[in-house]
Design a protein around this ligand. Sequence first.
Ligand code: PHE
Length: 341
Amino acid sequence: MKEQLEKIKQEALAALGAAKESVDLEALRVKYLGKKGELTAVLKQMGKLSAEERPVIGQLANEVRERLTAEIETQKKKLEEAKLEARLEAEALDVTIPGKKTALGHQHPMYIALEEIKDIFVGMGFTVLDGPEVELAYYNFDRLNAEEGHPSRDWSDTFYFDKDSRVMLRSQTSPMQVHAMETMELPIRIVAPGRVYRKDEVDATHSPMFHQVEGMVIDKNITMADLKGTLNTVVEQLYGKGTKTRFRPHHFPFTEPSCEMDVQCHKCGGVGCPTCKGEGWIELLGAGMIHPKVLEMSGIDPEVYSGWAFGMGLERTAMRRFKIADLRLIFENDVRFLEQF
Ligand code: PHE
């Protein structure tokens, strides 16, 4: 029996040493040490032994059991460590590899100019409004005193959606004046930037889509002096202290009187150069005192309230602000151009 025990021990140790998975270890434990295992089978024959032999074999059997139990534990630990090692290796993360660079963009020059304009007006207590680009001719024309037959309503200038010329892409931001009068409480101070559309051929100063910023003030005792004072302040903030402006009479159906405001050319200081086409002045915006009929149509009593409004071309303002010579650069979105601002 001694040899039998020795043989079991050797066999079991060899098998345990060769085990690759912890499930194999468990199977070996059952095979050798389990209730129906080989060691147990040997011990069951102890009864046949003599009284002298029994304690010797008993002790030996216990030693084998202890040795195998210990070996199973050791092997189990080894396998677990190897497994962890393999996992760590597979999941290795090299923190020294340089990261991927995220290219950070910035605002388009025209929107930089728009932000400046908005900041100036918000600083003076104006509210910024947003409105529809698909507009009713009723708001774009009728409510602005440009009745049926007015030349600005012509099909050759305007993008209409229907045969009856009722729905259109707005040709100016001025319908925002009417939306403000309809929805806001008096007094009103608003600016409304956005896209406008006209059937123009693309060239260095024209595009069928461009941006305007509309501005409007309605309150008691508002006069042309308020219009001039406000716009002069805005121009000085945009183009620097002491920038000269000039107001010329003009005509718009929704303002009376109407004017256009020019800024002295930043290039030549008013002498005349290619930038201002020899004029010394550059046109910046259209403006005027809101026509009493326009106020009346929106339910505002022109005997009590008065107001002024302006419409400024945003591309032109940005071009002047950043000394951009060609309007097309603003819309082409060539990064080599955009990166300069
Ligand atoms: N809407 C006019 C245009 O597009 C500009 C304007 C706005 C004029 C407000 C007067 C008052 O030319």
